[in-house]
Structure formats: C-alpha cells, structure tokens
Design a protein around this ligand. Sequence first.
Ligand SMILES: [Zn+2]
Length: 477
Amino acid sequence: MSAYFPTMGLEIHAELLTDSKVFCTCSAEFGGTPNSRCCPVCSGLPGTLPVLNHKAVEYIIKAGYVMNCEISRFTKWDRKNYFYPDLPKAYQISQMPRPVCLSGNVKINVDGEEKIIRINRVHLEEDAGKLVHDDVNRISLADYNRCGIPLIEIVTEPDFHSADEVIAFLEKIKLLLQYAGICDCKMEQGSIRCDVNISIAPKGSTELGTRTELKNLNSLKAITRAIEAEIERQEELLDNGERVIQQTRRFNEQAGETVAMRSKEDAHDYRYFPDPDIPPIIFTEEELEEIKNSIPELPEQRIERYVSEYSIKKADADIIVGDKRVCDFFEEAVSEYDNPKAVANYIIGELMRRINLGEADMDALKFGGREFARLVQFMQTDKISQANAKTILREMIENGGDPKAIADRDDLWIKEDSGALAAVVDGIIANNPKAVEQYRSGDQKVFGFFMGQANKALKGAASPKAIQEYIRKKLSE
Ligand SMILES: [Zn+2]
C-alpha cells in the first residue's frame, strides 16, 4: 500500500471536423502530400489577413454545451508567441483571458461509482505544423498541412486520482465529441491528444505536491502506462528524501519510463497580447440557443431511449452506444426492420463477436445496417434457420452482398416441406420409445432432445415453429 496519493489534471487538444481551416479556406482534412494544403495565410507570409471560420466557433460552442460549460457572451483572440519550426508565423492565434467556454463538468463512471470531473475552460486555437525528423540524413522536414486546423483545448481541474479515472474521462469526452459531430477523435491520427499534469502527496495531506507534465501521449494504453510509471518515479524520489522537479516529461514506450524534456527554468514566456487582425465576437442569446438546439442526441440520452422505448438491456445499450460506428449501424438497421431488440441481440451476439475475433472490421464492413437488418428479419420470421443465418453473415463479411441474393443463390431458405417434416419426426419418435415414454410421464425436458434431433435432420426444410408444433402434436397422441 502506497503512502502517497496522486492528483492529476488534463489538457486535451481536439481537432474540429470543419471542412476548411480556422483562418483560411485550405482543406482541414487529415494527411495529404506534405505542404499541399497551405496558402499564404496558414504558412504565415507577411501581409496576409486571417478570416475567422464561423463553423469552428459553432463547434466549440457545441463542445461547451456537451461538457455543461458556461458559454461566454463575449470572446476575443490573442497571440501566443513562440519560435519553433512547426509554427511559420512565430505565433499561434489562441485565447487567453476570454475563452469561449468556462467552468463545466462531465460525469464519469469508474468501477460502478459515479464521479464529476470539473472543466476549467475550453478555448479555440489553431494547430501547428508537423516536423518529420530524418535521423539518417540528419535533417528535419516541416509539413505545414496541419497549420491552422481548428483545435479546441479542454483544460480540467485536478480532479483525477487514478489512471482509470483519466481513461474513463477520455473515453467519455471522445464519445461526447463524436456524437456531437465536432471531432472524429482518432487518437492514432492525432485528432485528439492529451497531456497529463501529475503530482503526488503524502496521504492525508491537504497540499498538492510538485507536478510534472507528461506530453505527447498517443494512445490510451500509453497514457495508463505513463501515469503509472510517473507515479512510481515520484514515489521513489520522495522515499529517498529527494524532491520532484517541476518539468515536462515524455514517455519512452520501449523502456516503459518517463524522460525529462525540459524543466521549468526554460519554460516559455509566450508574451500574450490581443490579436489586432481578428475582431472579438459577441454572441446573442438567439445564436446560442440555435446552436444548442442543433446538437444531435448524446450518448446518455440514446442509452436511456434504447432501454425505455426499445426494452434493450442497459448493459447491451451501453455496448452499442459505446462505439459510435456500431450505434450508427444499429440505427440504420432499425430504420429498415423495426425490431430493435432482435437487431441489437444479433449485433452484439454475432457481428461484434466476429469483430472481436478479428474476422470483421467495423471500419471496412462490406454491407450496411439495412442488409444486416434484412438478415435478422428473415431469421425472426422463420424464413431462414439460425444456422443458415450464420452462414449468410459469414458470406456477407467476406464478400459483401444482400442476404436475399445469397439465400437464393445457395438455396438456404426454410422450405416448409411438410412431407419431409412428418417423415423425419415420425422416424425420431419411432426410434426413441424411451424418450417418448419419459415425455408422456411428465418430463418436459426431453422435448429439447426431439427438437435438436429434428433440426439436425431437417437442415432448414421446416421452420423451428413448424417442427415444434408437429412434435408436440405427435407426442400428445
Ligand atoms: Zn491556408
């Protein structure tokens, strides 16, 4: 048991899903040939004038609402000066004293316990470019495609005391931003990034210890490992009577340890001052109300609706809503076949099982929710047996296609051949007098035995309902 407790706060950067950049009309899409999505404005040439993209402002207001923030009625822009090759203007347009959003809160759930994380502020700024270091030729290359992509910075209060809480919060923020349609939150593409401020203090202490900042963490797994490694490092220092130095550190994934990048002594003086090129904004109540009303249904509301209107189990609703791609697929399927419970069961029981096995990829499915829904409908209405539905789904995963066309081609429909049904069931009953005797003397359990035998022998020549009815009739004769 550790004698210390950790305290953490987060700074999250999320790129907004606007078509163009925040102060020019260049594409804000990820990637592209280096320096192909730049213009004189975003590459910082003298004499150019930035023009604010109002979509970015609308998106940060939405972000503020989904995090229960207060939205400022007045907001302005500041220049944050620093000299680094990824920033051609030598300053970043950001917001210091008057951010768009202030003091919000987000609910998280860790080990069944609810907790509120307070949001200090959310402001809008522009992203910097990217440097590619070529160690072989000992040169660094600058790609300015990312320069000027709108970015929100979410700053939390120091409300976290474990890596699990940090991860639960990040997952919640990702879902909120994705469902609100303002960020795709692809960590692997850097569209959401997280820095962690972390300190430890002796248990029972009311004062926080000296903090360090962990930067450039690029996956949830790396964040968990980095936090644990940094807590351990700080504990060792204090145990040995040494002190923690305030500094910025990065995580070395191979070594599993954090490494100093720079200390407080060489911290930047950003010399903030108001940007003279972009006028401040004043929002009217009507504008804010309109933006608020345009926010799509959020994860918690969806879960509630699935449970109350669709009678889906809470745990199942959590699974579906927990991945927006799955949830979109589910909504599409339900619009085709209005049986949400059956659709949800088959998504979780079959589709997601295969995805977890690595047989299918949600990002590259060869069929849509509509085709999937038709397959579920065929099964629910006794047109296709469960076994054949699985065969058809496998075919759809491998080669795509429509379930009806596959069933036609491979002859997979239930045929309701009453002659075959009678012959098979009569045979089973004649060959199993003992089981028949058991059933007739009140042991209902053996009914499953007859069903199993008949299903196996009939191979889709009759629906489960027809088989069941016929067996029941014969056994009660
Ligand atoms: Zn540009």
